[in-house]
Design a protein around this ligand. Structure first.
Ligand code: SAM
Length: 263
């Protein structure tokens, strides 16, 4: 571990748990398999654990880091031709300005406190993304990859599976980090689907939010304020089912039916 900023105290509010175990850092880099010349964009480079391997493999990397101390350190540590640094909150970055018109590959050991809003925000970029390799809390990755009927299946699963092929790769133990997080982490690969099922995205967001609003209630009860059980039947969904038993394509069918009826 050549590059460590010894004086840096991890900041909890930025979700700073730094990878310090070369075995896991190399394992993530080999899952990414960056190739020379590819546009790698890393979210939250921190102390450059992954960054230096992305530079080794791709030649250069664009990084988005919110912590100004780390941003300054990174800029001193690497040549500008190897690292383009954007000091910003990734939730506010205008991705259209990063390698405009070019395809990008996203990587990151993400700050766990912003993982859901970030994943939703990145969906807007899916058309220009080749793939995304992220480390997240295991529990979140389990939800992303869950299938209907499983406890972890929820709105996050439906929304993300509509847009990406999601593959959970491996778990990473807390002792691979400094300081160690309280939870197990997992690395996930997300590949945007070439032809996602056509749907009005905004309506789809609202339908899934309502469907999963009360997880223990049946769909007919969750939607009672808006329409009757016959609409669910028409979409091929059992009105007595709970949202966790209904597949992503059925939610798309329901959304399209509601749109066609102007409900
Ligand atoms: N990639 C490093 C590693 O693997 O050791 C650091 C990972 S640490 C879990 C998360 C990193 O994301 C930290 O460097 C933190 O400062 C940064 N970060 C946190 N919130 C951020 C945000 N909203 N925008 C950009 N970076 C953020």
């Amino acid at each position: 571990m050549a590059l460590v900023l010894k004086s840096h105290k991890a900041k909890k509010n930025f979700g700073q748990n730094f990878l310090h175990d070369d075995f896991w850092i190399e394992k993530i880099a080999s899952a990414v398999d960056a190739q020379p010349g590819q546009n790698i964009v890393e979210i939250g480079p921190g102390q450059a654990a992954l960054t230096r391997l992305m530079i080794r493999d791709a030649g250069c990397v664009t990084c988005i880091e919110i912590d100004k101390d780390l941003a300054q350190w990174l800029q001193k540590k690497f040549k500008p031709e190897a690292l383009a640094l954007i000091e910003a909150d990734v939730l506010k970055v205008d991705f259209a300005l990063i390698k405009p018109g070019e395809k990008i590959r996203l990587v990151g050991n993400l700050p766990y406190n912003i993982s859901s809003p970030l994943l939703f925000r990145l969906m807007e970029l899916a058309d220009r993304v080749i793939d995304q390799h992220f480390m997240l809390q295991k529990e979140v990755v389990d939800r992303m990859a869950a299938t209907p009927g499983h406890k972890a299946f929820g709105r996050l699963s439906v929304m993300l599976q509509h847009r990406y092929k999601i593959v959970k790769l491996f778990d990473v133990p807390p002792d691979a980090f400094s300081p160690p997080p309280k939870v197990i982490s997992s690395v996930v690969r997300m590949i945007p689907l070439e032809s996602p099922l056509p749907v009005n995205e905004k309506l789809f967001e609202r339908v899934t939010a309502q469907a999963f609003s009360m997880k223990r209630k049946t769909l007919k009860n969750n939607f009672a304020k808006y329409f009757g059980p016959e609409i669910l039947e028409e979409a091929g969904i059992d009105p007595g089912a709970r949202a966790e038993a209904v597949s992503m394509p059925s939610f798309v069918a329901l959304t399209n039916l509601l749109e066609s009826k102007g409900i």
